[in-house]
Design a protein around this ligand. Structure first.
Ligand SMILES: O=C1O[C@H](COP(=O)(O)O)[C@@H](O)[C@H](O)[C@H]1O
Length: 260
């Protein structure tokens, strides 16, 4: 009997009045994803990004519904710098979130900074960290995160997947490295598209007028193939966008009232 292949579901676009409204809705959304995952499996696997995202997670701080001891946190991308370097995505998440909540630090999976000198080894080691969480690579062809939270740069990049870069075609590795990022710092490690597109839920968070041109290109003209348009979680995965009115002003793609 032949397998039935479902096309990826259309993205769900939620538009909010401003960034503060995104913060509240995003917190509710993350908590709902956590609740569903903990009920099913007793744990919650989430991958975070850097850039503007960590500050947008402030709605989780002090919220009693967040079960921090169930969280297992990874980074969708990380800059190849020490973890206390101002460019580190982990430092940004720690400053804005983890230093303010009771999450066990052993459940925050950072890159191995003893390997910063060797990008191949560093990305292999981070891939192995994922394999430890998600079982053997052969058994699970790609990991299925409960939730991946992404940002989108003004050039349409997401994680450290940049327009026109050869990494966009990577279809085997879980974690890859880049030495020539057009946005500094040049050396980074990143989840690949197969990992992002196997997640149960992926959510982009984008706010501010500086995102309005790229947001309309990514949502209204996906055939342009920008990295953010290539995020299409495989069925039954679902892609969500959390954006503010300033970012959405040029978008024709239909928005949906936010509901959990
Ligand atoms: O360099 C990066 O940029 C993207 C987008 O950042 P934003 O500040 O425009 O939100 C971010 O998602 C990624 O994690 C980071 O390494």
């Amino acid at each position: 009997m032949s397998a039935i292949h479902h096309a990826p579901s259309a993205p769900i676009l939620n538009v909010f009045a401003n960034a503060d409204a995104i913060v509240d809705a995003l917190a509710s959304f993350v908590i709902k994803a956590q609740k569903d995952s903990v009920e099913k499996k007793g744990r919650f696997t989430i991958a975070l990004s850097g850039g503007s995202l960590p500050k947008m997670l402030r709605g989780l701080i002090g919220n009693p519904a967040v079960k921090w001891d169930k969280w297992h946190v990874y980074y969708a991308d990380e800059r190849v710098v020490p973890l206390d370097h101002p460019d580190s995505n982990h430092l940004s998440c720690t400053t804005n979130l983890f230093s303010k909540v009771p999450i066990p630090t052993s459940q925050i999976h950072t890159i191995d900074t003893s390997l910063l000198h060797d990008l191949e080894e560093l990305s292999d080691a981070y891939e192995k960290e994922l394999i430890r969480e998600f079982a053997q690579k052969d058994a699970a062809r790609f990991p299925v995160f409960d939730l991946i939270l992404l940002g989108m740069g003004p050039d349409g990049h997401t994680a450290s997947l940049f327009p026109g870069h050869e990494l966009l075609a990577e279809d085997d590795r879980w974690v890859a490295y880049i030495e020539d990022s057009p946005k500094p710092p040049p050396k980074r490690v990143t989840f690949t598209f197969p990992v992002i597109n196997h997640a149960a839920r992926v959510a982009f968070v984008a706010a501010g007028a500086e995102k309005q041109d790229i947001l309309s290109t990514v949502l209204d003209n996906p055939e342009a193939g920008l990295p953010a348009s290539r995020v299409k979680p495989a069925f039954p995965g679902q892609l969500y966008w959390f954006v503010d009115e300033a970012a959405a002003v040029k978008v024709a793609f239909p928005s949906t009232p936010f509901k959990l």
